[in-house]
Design a protein around this ligand. Structure first.
Ligand SMILES: NC(=O)c1ccc[n+]([C@@H]2O[C@H](COP(=O)([O-])OP(=O)(O)OC[C@H]3O[C@@H](n4cnc5c(N)ncnc54)[C@H](O)[C@@H]3O)[C@@H](O)[C@H]2O)c1
Ligand SMILES: [Zn+2]
Length: 350
């Protein structure tokens, strides 16, 4: 069953997120429905190109390809320039549609290219990782990393449609599945307890799982498209998570770091008297069942704290955390004492 979720955000035409198994294999026949122009360039990465080149050629025979290397370390301005060069080489103009086929790294990078090439060309997001389906492809944030930090250069660019075909998850490995689960658990804690029901976590129920998780994000994004308030709640677990990614130089996967970050946020919330202790146990059990790590291992609490200070959300060195007062009750807390954060990080180490 196809699901269509309409997204209304200011300054942009409303668009649909379509969730449908087998959607991509009929892309050519449905080009008009999705408003695909005559000229489509598929942006993807070398890994997905290896896996899907034949299929992509069948799905959209007339499209040209533009490739980037696979990995967060390539989500940068050099790669953006590479895409511009390729688009110019093949004569892409303002009527060319860029179709981003890949995980969050590809979607963010290609999305930024679409936002800026010739002051903006149409973008279609076709997310292929679980994380990209439920998180990065929804909401219009695109951008790249610079040596000083993650996602520091970017734009808002709403796609004209988001095409989610759960069939492509077949080739996603279990590590990446579990990383998507970390964001789904985050969405569940923030706004939909049904997402925490393990029965829904089975790959054969991916459509339902994705639909519910996408709805959480769409609701938040529609209320606060430019992150003046409640959209910040989506950063639950991410202050800790980004610090872990940073100190390990991205050796930790984003979802693993966010998972541990959710537990750290619960522990900090409890320590500050915001929530009951059983919320910690609930999150611990969710992470365990999703195969996500629940400890920061040998990572040094002081180094993690230093890394947190570069968080975009911290202003003038004043800390800012998204914490939980309970299920469905996120709250923003500023100026948390350093010692409380260090205590939680020490508790989370092995
Ligand atoms: N824009 C936003 O709002 C937003 C939100 C959350 C995360 N993000 C960004 O998303 C990125 C993380 O995304 P990600 O977790 O998808 O990582 P990713 O794009 O690196 O994908 C993970 C790995 O899975 C591979 N892969 C993806 N789909 C596959 C498939 N169907 N079959 C086989 N392999 C597949 C990729 O090639 C890659 O090796 C980060 O850069 C993060 O900053 C952005
Ligand atoms: Zn995330």
């Amino acid at each position: 069953m196809a699901v269509r979720i309409r997204v209304n955000v200011p300054d942009s035409t409303p668009y649909d997120i379509i969730i449908e198994r087998g959607l991509l294999k009929n892309l050519h026949e449905r080009a008009d429905e999705f408003n695909l122009s005559e000229s489509v360039v598929i942006a993807t990465n070398t890994h997905l190109d290896d896996l899907y080149r034949d299929k992509l050629t069948r799905w959209l025979p007339d499209a040209k390809l533009a490739l980037m290397q696979d990995g967060e370390q390539y989500k940068n301005l050099d790669t953006v320039r590479g895409f511009y060069d390729r688009l110019l080489d093949i004569g892409a103009d303002r009527n060319t549609t860029l179709l981003a086929f890949g995980g969050g790294v590809l979607g963010d990078t290609a999305g930024f290219v679409a936002a800026t090439y010739m002051r903006g060309i149409p973008l279609v997001q076709a997310p292929t990782s679980l994380l990209a389906m439920v998180d990065s492809s929804v909401g219009g944030k695109v951008g790249v990393d610079v040596p000083q930090g993650k996602n520091l250069v970017g734009a808002f660019k709403q796609p004209q449609v988001v095409l989610i075909d759960p069939a492509v998850l077949q080739t996603l490995d279990s590590e990446q599945w579990r990383c998507g689960m970390a964001e789904i658990i985050k969405h569940g804690l923030l706004a939909d307890e049904q997402l925490l029901n393990r029965d829904l976590w089975q790959p054969d129920r991916a459509e339902d799982l994705i639909e519910r998780a996408v709805r959480v994000k769409v609701n938040v994004v529609q209320q606060d498209p430019y992150e003046h308030g409640i959209r910040a709640h989506l950063n639950l677990g991410h202050t800790f998570g980004h610090a872990i990614e940073k100190v390990t130089q991205y050796a930790w996967l984003h979802g693993d770091a966010v998972g541990v970050g959710l537990l750290a946020a619960a522990k900090l919330s409890y320590r500050l008297g915001l929530c009951e202790a059983d919320l910690i146990d609930t999150i611990d059990a969710l992470l365990a069942d999703a195969g996500l790590p629940r400890s920061t291992g040998n990572l040094n609490p002081d180094s993690l704290y230093e890394a947190m200070k570069t968080d975009k959300k911290w202003k003038h060195g004043v800390s800012r955390f998204i914490l939980l007062e309970g299920m469905n009750q996120a709250t923003i807390v500023e100026d948390v004492p350093r010692e409380d954060v260090i205590a939680v990080l020490s508790e989370m180490a092995d």
